[in-house]
Each structure stands twice: as C-alpha cells, then as structure tokens.
Write a protein that binds this ligand. Structure first.
Ligand SMILES: Cc1cc2nc3c(=O)[nH]c(=O)nc-3n(C[C@H](O)[C@H](O)[C@H](O)COP(=O)(O)OP(=O)(O)OC[C@H]3O[C@@H](n4cnc5c(N)ncnc54)[C@H](O)[C@@H]3O)c2cc1C
Length: 487
C-alpha cells in the first residue's frame, strides 16, 4: 500500500489494546508528559478488564486501615515458592512492591476501594481489593482510567485493530500498522509500542500449539471476550521469546454461566464429587481455589465429574446465606430462582433429582454397587470426623444420606490465558537471546508467563487484573523513558 492512501499518526507511545493493561499504561505514560495513542479494536475500551470483581495488592493504605498485615517480603516468598521458582523473581518483586501504591494511584483517580476480602476461607493475608456500590471493581477502574487519560489529552482510536509492528533497520520498534473496521489503513509512528491485547483464550490454534494437551472440547465455555491472540502473534513474528509457563485460568467444577443458582451449590465444598467411574478423586475443598479445581478435573476421564449433595446440604447452604465472594458476584434474588434454575438443568440433561442411590447410578451410567460403595465410604469418613482418603476439613464434611439427592454433571470453564511472550521486570519484550527488543513493551495477559508457574496462584487472588493494571502502569512509565531519550 502506498503512503498516500494510508492515514499516518505520529506519537511518542502507541498502545495496542485499551483494556486493563493498555489503559493503565496509557495513563502512566500520559502522566509522564508523553503523547499517547491507544489503538482499540472495539467501540469502547475495557476488554476483559470490565469483569473483575477485585484486584490484588499488598501493603495498601486500605489494608493498613483495616489492620490487615500484608507484608511484601512474605508475599514474595510465598509466590516464588508456589511456582517452585518457575516464575520470574524480579518481575514478581516489582509487581508486589508497586501493588500497594497502585491502589493509591487508582484511588487518586476516583476509584473508591472499600474492602479487602478473603477469596477463600483462611486466605491470609486478604489481598482482593474491591469497590462497593454500583458496578464491579473492573468496570469502575476502567472508567476512571479512561476519564483520566482523556483529561490528559490522550487519543483513543476505536474500531482500530493493530496488525503489524514496524521496526527500523537497527531492530528498534518504530510504530505499528493498523486497520479500521471500515478497512482504512493506518500507520502510527512511535518511539515505543506497548502491546496489551489480552492473551489468546479465543484462539484454538494457538492454544493447541502452546498447551500440548489442549482440546477445546474439554471446556464448557469461555467467559468474557475471546481474545484472538493478535498481540502475541505480532510479537512472536517480531522475534519475541515465548514463555514456557503457559496455562489457562478457569474454574471447575462448573456448569453453564446462565444457571447461577445451581452454580452456587457447586461452588460450596460440602458436596461429594465422583468421576465417570463413580470414584471420589479429590478433597472437594479445592473448589475454593478455582485454579486447583481445574487441575484436579483435568486429570479425570472426560474431564468431568458429578457433584452430589443431599437435601441437608442444600438446606445448610441456604441457611448460611451468601459468603463474601457470593455477596459480590451473585445477582439479587438468585436463591429464589433455585427450583426454576435446577429444573432447567434437569431439562437440559445435566442434572437430576434422585430419590435413591440407584437412581444416581442410572443417571451417571455407573453400577449401583460402585456408587453405594463410594458414598458409604464418604459417609463413614463424615461419621469418624476424618477423611482418611483426601484429608478434607471435617467441618466441611456432610454425609449424603437425606433424599432427595441432587446430582449435577459439571466440567471446566475457561477465563483467560496465563502466559505469552517473555518480558523482563521493566516490561520490555525479550528476544530469543533474552535481550530487550528496543522500544517494545508488553503487559497484561499477552505477557503473563513470568507471574506464576503452571497454575494461577490464588494466594494472590485478583492478580490477573492487578498484574495487568500494575504492569501496564510500569510499562507506561518505562516506555516514557524511551520517548524522552528520542527528544
Ligand atoms: C469473566 C472474567 C472475570 C474476571 N475476573 C477477574 C477478577 O476478579 N480478578 C482478576 O484479577 N482477574 C479477573 N479476570 C481476568 C482479567 O480480566 C484479565 O486478566 C485482564 O483484563 C487482562 O488485561 P489485558 O489488558 O491483558 O486484557 P483486556 O483487559 O482483555 O484488554 C485487551 C484489549 O485489547 C483489545 N484488542 C485485542 N486485540 C486488539 C488489536 N489487534 N488491536 C487493538 N485492540 C485489540 C481488546 O478489545 C481489549 O479491549 C477476569 C476475566 C474474565 C473474563
């Protein structure tokens, strides 16, 4: 294409993707006095950054005011041990160290954080920072970032999809080619480019190539937007090294997102889980840590299980009311919809109400003897107050003995990819020799492989969003230094 028919923009920093990481990067760079252009393929900014209920941080003013002891060194040790040091220590150090002050940074923009909650019982310290009032945390954070960016005269090109990174002869980035929904060709000349297009959870080919045992059939559905991997592909083509830690973050056991009232039952660990052979296979308490739930179910045949509870358990869940996570995430009146929602699951074929263990066995297609054995063994553990198989906390063990029984066939759902290209602690993208590609930065899910090992760490619950915002901010600051050197 000749330059005459191409629209050309000139800026200090170009950012591809206006979601959590891209918006934070944009504000940080604009605050440094840089001229910034965001290319965002959708009609509005936010991406999956619009969904999070909370954001992880350690040592924030809010934790201090709530008397929560959240020590950066303790958290660093914890995060690195969890990953068996497969995570990048410098990257985690900077993310943890800058997390508390990033809560202040967002609060100064008008994000009113009101609580720090434990994502699961016993999580210590709580790190999940939430807002109250209308709108979930992600939506509020994105709204404030966009407002601030506009006040700083930042430019957003919506309906504009970044296509190809441009480099000078010395290998330094010099801009990006893009295309609008109407087919207009755009070139943005810039001294630094930050790529933040949200990963590749919606790209089966990439998932198949990068995650050896990936099969789209194993997942019930993908939440939120389906990132196509544009940023990852562009950076890989430009010679970026691919991180060896690539995982899918999701939740399990799960059913379709539409049946919220039934999901609520599954998300409590009082039930018993049996695989397709009628065998119990886990401490059901792992359901509190979505990443562990996924790992557990991925080992099971067909990657599904049957969640079984009786009427007493149902009553206990209803009597207990909502836990903190449910208070944030569930729409009003969902409990009253239980019977209707459950009936839909029955009609759709993946749930049953059974009066006898034989009926459970028939629904699962497993010999009745096996179901009886598995349930009797679990009931005996409940009676003795000791799970001699998987060491489940006795406080969460309730026998399956009071019909009718509720049996739900459940699987794995998919939230986002957790991996991507290799970056360093300055959020520079590295080449195959682990050297920075000049002027190229990345943050968010396109470059998340250095954060955890093979499993998302829920001790830092909310760190997908937290890492994206904090990392985007750091990428924006560091890219600004490149911009200034060019002056
Ligand atoms: C349902 C759901 C709930 C979640 N809840 C939580 C939570 O509670 N806590 C937590 O920590 N994390 C949560 N996450 C994860 C979190 O939302 C993501 O980790 C975070 O949004 C990633 O930020 P990002 O900037 O990398 O991507 P995104 O925020 O998705 O932004 C990427 C942006 O890039 C744009 N884009 C893509 N390709 C191009 C292109 N070629 N050119 C221009 N623009 C492009 C997209 O349109 C999008 O706006 C949740 C995710 C989902 C889906």
């Amino acid at each position: 294409m000749d330059n005459k028919s191409m629209k050309i923009f000139n800026t200090d920093i170009a950012i591809v993707g206006g979601g959590a990481a891209g918006m934070a990067a944009a504000v940080a760079a604009a605050q440094e006095g840089e001229k910034v252009i965001i290319l965002e393929k959708m009609n509005a900014c936010g991406g999956n950054g619009l969904f999070p209920m909370g954001l992880a941080a350690v040592g924030s003013y809010l934790q201090k005011s709530l008397n929560i002891k959240a020590d950066a060194d303790d958290m660093f040790r914890q995060v690195m041990a969890y990953s068996h040091w497969n995570a990048d220590p410098r990257l985690n150090r900077v993310l943890i160290d800058r997390s508390g002050e990033t809560i202040k940074w967002l609060s100064d923009m008008g994000v009113n954080f009101t609580n720090v909650i434990a994502h699961y019982p016993g999580q210590n310290p709580p790190v999940y920072h939430t807002v109250s009032g209308p709108g979930n945390t992600g939506r509020v954070v994105i709204r404030r970032l966009v407002e601030t960016f506009k006040k700083l005269d930042g430019k957003i090109l919506n309906h504009t999809r970044g296509r190809q990174l441009l480099f000078d002869k010395g290998g330094a980035v010099q801009g990006i080619l893009a295309e609008t929904d109407k087919g207009e060709q755009i070139r943005v000349d810039a001294s630094a480019v930050i790529v933040a297009t949200g990963g590749f959870a919606g790209n089966d080919d990439l998932l198949g190539r990068l995650i050896p045992d990936y099969d789209p059939k194993d997942y019930l559905y993908i939440h939120g937007a389906r990132p196509e991997g544009d940023g990852f592909i562009m950076m890989e083509q430009a010679g970026a090294r691919v991180d060896r830690n690539i995982a899918i973050a999701g939740g399990a056991p799960q059913i379709t997102a539409k049946r919220t009232a039934v999901s609520r039952l599954i998300a409590r660990p009082y039930s018993i889980w049996l695989n397709i052979h009628g065998e119990r296979f886990a401490d059901e308490m792992v359901v509190y840590d979505m990443a562990l739930g996924v790992n557990v179910l991925r080992r099971q045949p067909e990657k599904i299980c049957y969640v079984i509870l009786d009427s007493e358990v149902l009553k206990r869940i209803n009597d207990e009311g909502r836990d903190p996570m449910e208070q944030m995430g569930l729409p009003p009146g969902v409990e009253e919809r239980f019977d209707e929602d459950y009936q839909r699951c029955v009609d759709e074929g993946y749930a049953v109400i059974a009066d006898t263990l034989g009926e459970i066995a028939r629904f699962m297609g497993v010999p009745a003897k096996k179901i009886k054995e598995s349930i009797e063994e679990y009931n005996s553990f409940c009676a003795k107050g000791r799970d001699a198989m998987f060491c489940k906390d006795p406080r969460l063990m309730m026998p399956v003995k009071t019909p009718p029984y509720y049996v739900i066939k459940a699987g794995i759902d998919q939230l986002f990819t957790w991996g991507g290209v290799v970056i360093n602690h300055r959020f520079q993208v590295l080449d195959s020799n682990m050297q920075p590609i000049k002027g190229l930065y990345s943050a968010g899910n396109d470059a998340a492989g250095g954060i955890d090992g093979d499993t998302y760490n829920f001790a830092m619950s909310g760190h997908a969003f937290g890492y994206s915002v904090i990392g985007g901010r750091i990428a924006g600051e560091n890219a600004s230094e490149v911009g200034r050197k060019m002056e």
